[in-house]
Design a protein around this ligand. Structure first.
Ligand code: NDP
Length: 341
């Protein structure tokens, strides 16, 4: 079998030398475990954090360890009554062609319900993240205005589509004219602004202000940086900010130490205070109890085509590092997946 291991810890953007492609023995499943041939794996922004060894909500990948990640594939051996060979399973199989996993940590996927890749994106962790963060912390109401960046990605596109279906005005922010066109034409955003077209937060703020009319009720935070700086002064009283991610800072160790950060903490705190804002950070892995509710609500909408799906599938495990480095630069169009085998 093949796997991709973490070869070194990047400072700044990951480079090819931080990954090593290796051939190793196929592992043997122990009691209660399954052996899976990984067909598709997910690439997600959080993986950048796993490459660092700083304190975080999850342990880092050790040097020489297989890069972490969710995957979906075929069970080829099982020591669990929950799975039999031939079943399709989702689990944390890592950047590898094969993996052994505890059966109780895996989920059976019914391939008759649509493409199995959906379990990595729209009906998996990222789609769930968008739905949960919006409903729980965004508390959307018809007639309100929402802003979300990374609008064509699996989180942002879910946020935009669910908000629109609830009667909100949706303003997407995305990188480049093609993604902005997709945000409006495919995902139904009312407006989409290209963050690359604005030199600074001030000019972007003027454009968001014009699109929003009377200000912003919900800013679903995916990126931090220039977009956050632009939106913050536009928040309406009693506005909500679910803090989901801050990808523009991930290569700075998450601290915004780079040139992109011009935010003033005192100004932010004051804005939160005087506008009575609700700002909630969340990590979706703490909320899996709500996953069945999400699937029950959103699954039929994906099946009927009411919720749209765009996937960007890279071919071959060996191309995962390149696709991942591209994801951090916004080169992906839709949910980034790798076809492993
Ligand atoms: P995407 O597939 O949308 O990929 C990331 C996108 O971020 C890129 O395509 C790019 O889109 C955008 N981006 C990258 N750098 C910048 C930048 N400097 N400024 C603005 N946009 C940038 O990712 P996901 O939908 O999977 O994730 C979106 C966010 O949600 C991330 O921050 C992620 O970490 C977070 N997340 C949080 C979870 C949680 O539990 N809290 C769970 C899952 C995701 P574009 O080209 O359009 O700018």
């Amino acid at each position: 079998m093949q796997r991709i291991a973490l070869a070194g810890r990047p400072s700044g953007a990951p480079q090819p030398e931080h990954f090593s492609f290796e051939t190793v023995e196929v592992p043997t499943p122990g009691p209660g475990q399954i052996l899976v041939r990984n067909h598709y794996m997910s690439l997600d922004p959080y993986m950048r954090g796993r490459m660092d060894d700083g304190k975080s909500y999850a342990a880092p990948v050790p040097i020489g360890g297989t890069m972490e990640g969710g995957g979906v594939g075929e069970v080829i051996a099982s020591n669990s009554e929950a799975f039999k060979p031939g079943d399709i399973a989702f689990g944390m199989f890592g950047w590898a062609t094969h993996a052994v996993a505890d059966a109780q940590m895996c989920r059976k996927i019914n391939p008759d319900h649509g493409p199995i890749t959906a379990s990595l994106g729209v009906l998996g962790m990222p789609g769930f993240t968008g739905w949960y963060g919006l409903m729980e912390y965004g508390r959307p109401k018809a007639g309100e205005t929402l802003v979300v960046a990374a609008a064509t990605g699996p989180v942002g596109s879910m946020v935009g589509q669910v908000a629109k279906s609830l009667g909100l005005k949706t303003i997407g922010i995305a990188g480049g004219p093609d993604k902005c066109k997709m945000a409006v034409e495919t995902f139904g955003f009312d407006v989409c602004l290209d963050h690359r077209a604005y030199d600074d937060a001030k000019s972007m703020r003027a454009a968001i202000k014009e699109a929003a009319g009377g200000g912003v009720d919900i800013y679903f935070e995916n990126v931090g940086g220039k977009v956050l700086e632009a939106v913050m002064p536009l928040m309406k009283p009693h506005g909500r900010i679910p803090i989901c991610g801050m990808i523009s800072w991930y290569n700075d160790g998450g601290l915004g130490a780079g040139a992109s950060s011009k935010l003033s903490a005192p100004a932010m705190w004051r804005t939160i205070l005087v506008n009575f804002l609700s700002v909630n950070g969340f990590i979706i892995s703490n909320h899996w109890n709500d996953f069945p509710k999400f699937l029950g609500e959103i699954g039929p909408k994906v099946a009927s085509g009411d919720i749209k799906v765009v996937e960007d599938i890279a071919e071959g495990l060996e191309n995962a590092p390149k696709a991942f480095m591209g994801l951090l630069e916004g080169k992906n169009v839709g949910k980034q997946i790798v076809k492993v085998i």
